[in-house]
Ligand binder design. Structure first.
Ligand code: ATP
Ligand code: MG
Length: 245
């Protein structure tokens, strides 16, 4: 385990995690998935998944392409219809708007930025849409962009940014929402080594402030650095590594 431990150590929040103003602790109740099944027509993308996760945990969701990682995250986000239950404390997830009101936030696979808006606008707009006061929304957006190392690109249109920069804007957008549950769908797939470490440290910091972070990833080192891992194979939970303690 020495290798995993040293990687884990390198993911501890460092200077890159940056300003404290957007580190806001939360009291997140347990997240419990029971019999979660996602179907697209005849395709069973997620088959009766079970999972429990607790405040402070960073859990990797792994498995081959098409295994159902994104579908599982989207179910937790209330963004696809599913059978079974997703409970955050006593609240059952029903749809996306309700899940957002519970503090369940998403960093989507492929970034999904508005290409004709600036990086800053992409991060600030969801906050404004949630009725965060404008000055606070802009400060949080600036902080989050600084945390991912993009303060100098804040005014650039998303379409002017590289794939990796767009991915970091999407990470900043997710972080700025200060969720209780953060669903990060392959948030490091486009990143070079240093930015990958930076984003993993930021996700760790999210967990450390009391959030539950589920991170879909193809990256074995990122999965190893997580507290626990749920591996999917053709929609079924193939193995689970539980967080220690
Ligand atoms: N909107 C959709 N309509 C129909 N089938 C879908 C849809 N989205 C996903 N699927 C199918 O559901 C299964 C799981 O897809 P999903 O995107 O959840 O996998 P994944 O593990 O996230 O894959 P990747 O690593 O490539 O992102 C696949 O067979 C996929 O083809
Ligand atoms: Mg996916």
């Amino acid at each position: 385990m020495a290798e995993g431990e040293s990687l884990r150590g390198s993911l501890a929040p460092v200077g890159a995690v940056g300003p404290q103003e957007w580190i806001e602790s939360v009291d997140t109740p347990p997240l419990r998935l029971s019999g979660v099944t996602v179907r697209y027509g005849d395709t069973v993308a997620v088959d009766a998944a079970e999972l429990e996760a607790y405040a402070g945990e960073l859990i990797a969701v792994t498995g081959h392409s098409g295994a159902g990682k994104s579908s599982l995250l989207w179910a937790v986000a209330g963004a696809v219809p599913f059978d079974g239950t997703v409970l955050l404390g006593a609240d059952a997830v029903t749809d996306r708007a309700q899940a957002a009101s519970l503090g369940i936030e998403v960093i989507p696979q492929g970034s999904a930025l508005a290409v004709l808006l600036s990086a800053h606008e992409n991060v600030a707009l969801p906050l404004l849409a949630r009725a965060v006061p404008a000055d606070l929304a802009h400060r949080r957006a600036s902080s989050a962009l600084r945390a991912v190392g993009l303060e100098e690109s804040a005014a650039h249109l998303a379409e002017e940014l590289s794939g990796g920069q767009q991915q970091r804007v999407a990470v900043a957008r997710g972080l700025a929402l200060h969720g209780r549950v953060l669903l990060a769908d392959e948030p490091t797939s486009e990143l070079d080594h240093d930015n990958r470490e930076r984003v993993l440290a930021l996700l760790r910091a999210e967990a450390d402030r009391g959030a539950i972070v589920l991170m879909a990833t193809h990256d074995p080192e990122a999965a190893e650095a997580a507290d626990g891992e749920i591996r999917l194979d053709d929609g079924r939970v193939d193995s689970v590594r539980l967080p220690q303690g």
